[in-house]
Design a protein around this ligand. Structure first.
Ligand SMILES: Nc1ncnc2c1ncn2[C@@H]1O[C@H](COP(=O)(O)OP(=O)(O)O)[C@@H](O)[C@H]1O
Ligand SMILES: O=C(CO)[C@H](O)[C@H](O)COP(=O)(O)O
Length: 514
């Protein structure tokens, strides 16, 4: 954030809702993180591939973490609030009460999460239309986007959900509505997940063709007919009710939100790399790929002109950096896959006990164990005959095939801690090869990428970072501020107030390399 020309003591609050937890940060006008808090959130998997959450739980967690980060601060110095979140689908009735998205009729579970794959039949039918909007999602719509999920609700929960629904929100937009009472949607969520065009708006023919003509006839009031750029100020700011919930002053500015990956991308893609001898120092920002690595990994590359990359989402105009086109590659499960492989292994209890005895995280322990067993050879050589295919939850990019499954080759009968460590390494390598595969597809279509900028929970894992550098052959830049996604959210708050004139100004050129 810009410093020097502003009086001291201006604070912004950023709230980041990830898949597994909600985080809040208090950030000053220089972009420094002054306080951080997080809290885990509930998830339900009532059937295989059905993943649900509760908007009330998530809002309550936002309130808890926000109250924690502003403790001891003069509340009058807090000027703005910004949210980012995963792109999950929140369903409310006409009076804004939660509606069930499940056969059990449990209205507490009113969110279909982004990684939910229930709408397989619906997405196949949508893709079979070959409608022109599909060109802007890499040629194939993902089951993780909102149109197939909406169609599933209409076809499967007509009476209990669809007919009663008044509002379908992307989670980031739900949060900004909850804070302000304003139902305007962010351009980021509508363009990236709902087929809205920044240039042409909604395409009536698409919704009619897929059987969701209901939205056209009511002028899109349920899914958004007022659209604002991320960072735009919403209504009269924080409502008295939300202010009480969050422990913040009523009336402070609240910004139109971003999807979490886009907040992270904005947070790192403009990092100031001067003085580090990196190739990208003299190159345009379009040579950078931001990779946001959490439960999933998202690969965000920008361009001046639209680039159509088969199997890679976009091109999306102004959805992340204003005035630039965005392509978004992705791997649906990365952190979740590593956790799955490690926690499901027979040697996991032994790993847990040994890591606890050393006061280390399981991943720090595994990394040091790999160092020990590799002896004099490079760590990568430990996996010469063990290989993982990482598409345990389908392939988001560049194959865009939700039917793909995972695979491990080279297994033996032994299942000791060495085997677990090597399986973990092979999983990390497979994920890094997935990133390389995505980069190759983006480059074949016209991108020219030279440097990776990583953030998210997995970027705290040195092995994950090193494997990405080794396998892509590109330098990896990490920001000094580990919680880049949260700083991105706080900067939205600063934009809403007018402390920055655009999100781009808030981001580009103000971050430093670690
Ligand atoms: N210090 C760390 N070392 C290794 N892995 C980590 C570390 N911190 C977080 N992770 C991994 O990162 C993933 C979660 O990242 P996060 O950005 O918090 O996810 P989300 O935003 O999806 O909730 C998990 O798989 C977790 O195991
Ligand atoms: O689809 C996405 C962004 O477009 C993300 O994968 C989704 O929002 C989940 O993010 P995370 O892995 O950080 O929880």
């Amino acid at each position: 954030m810009p410093g020097g020309d502003q009086e001291p003591g201006r604070y912004y609050v950023g709230v980041d809702v990830g898949t597994g937890s909600v985080r809040a940060a208090l950030v000053d006008q220089r972009g420094s993180l002054l306080a951080f808090a997080d809290q885990a959130i509930n998830k339900w998997e009532p059937q295989f591939n059905h993943h649900e959450q509760s908007s009330e739980d998530i809002w309550a967690a936002c309130c808890t973490v926000t109250k924690k980060v502003v403790q001891g601060i003069d509340l009058n110095q807090i000027r703005g609030l910004g949210f980012d979140a995963t792109c999950s689908l929140v369903v409310l009735d006409k009076q804004f009460r939660p509606l069930p998205v499940n056969h059990e009729g449990d209205s507490h579970r009113n969110i279909i999460m982004w990684l939910d794959h229930r709408a397989v039949s619906q997405v196949h039918r949508i893709n079979n239309t070959k409608h022109s909007v599909l060109q802007y999602v890499g040629g194939v719509m993902s089951v993780e986007m909102q149109a197939p999920k909406l169609l599933w609700l209409k076809e499967n929960l007509r009476e209990t959900c669809w007919d009663k629904a008044g509002h379908f929100f992307d989670l980031p937009d739900f949060l900004s509505w909850k804070a302000t009472g304003v139902t305007a949607r962010s351009l980021c969520s509508l363009v990236c997940k709902w087929t809205y065009s920044a240039e042409k708006g909604w395409d009536d023919s698409f919704w009619k063709m897929i059987g969701l003509e209901d939205f056209v006839s009511d002028n899109y009031s349920k899914i958004g007919n007022q659209v604002l750029p991320p960072g735009a100020s919403l209504g009269n700011g924080l409502t008295p009710e939300a202010a009480k919930d969050l422990g913040l002053p009523a009336g402070i500015a609240v910004a139109a939100s971003l999807i979490d990956a886009h907040a992270g991308g904005l947070g790192v893609i403009g990092t100031d790399v001067r003085g580090h001898g990196l190739t990208c120092e003299g190159q345009p920002v379009t040579s950078r790929l931001a990779v946001i690595c959490g439960t999933s990994s998202c690969h965000m590359g920008i361009s001046k002109d639209p680039i159509f990359v088969p199997g890679v989402w976009g091109p999306y105009f102004s959805a992340m950096v204003p005035g630039f086109w965005l392509n978004e590659g992705g791997q649906s499960v990365t952190g979740k896959l590593i956790d799955h492989m490690v926690k499901g292994h027979a040697a996991f209890p032994e790993l847990q006990a040994k890591a606890t005895a050393r006061c280390q995280s399981i991943y720090a322990y595994l990394n040091s164990h790999l160092d020990l067993i590799k002896k004099a050879q490079p760590v990568g050589f430990l996996t010469v005959d063990l290989h993982v295919w990482p598409d345990f939850h389908g392939n988001r990019s560049p194959l865009a095939d939700l039917t793909l499954k995972g695979m491990v080759t080279g297994l033996k009968l032994s299942q000791d801690l060495d085997d677990l460590a090597i399986l973990y390494l092979a999983t990390v390598q497979a994920i890094a090869f997935g990133t390389r595969f995505i980069i190759e597809a983006m480059e074949a279509a016209g991108h020219s990428i030279s440097t990776l900028f990583l953030c998210g929970g997995l970027s705290k894992n040195p092995l994950f970072v090193q494997m990405h550098a080794d396998i892509t052959g590109m330098p990896v830049v990490l920001s000094q501020e580990v919680e880049s996604v949260l700083v991105g959210a706080a900067i939205l708050g600063a934009c809403a107030l007018g402390d920055f004139t655009s999100v781009q100004m808030g981001r580009l050129g103000h971050r430093e390399v670690k």
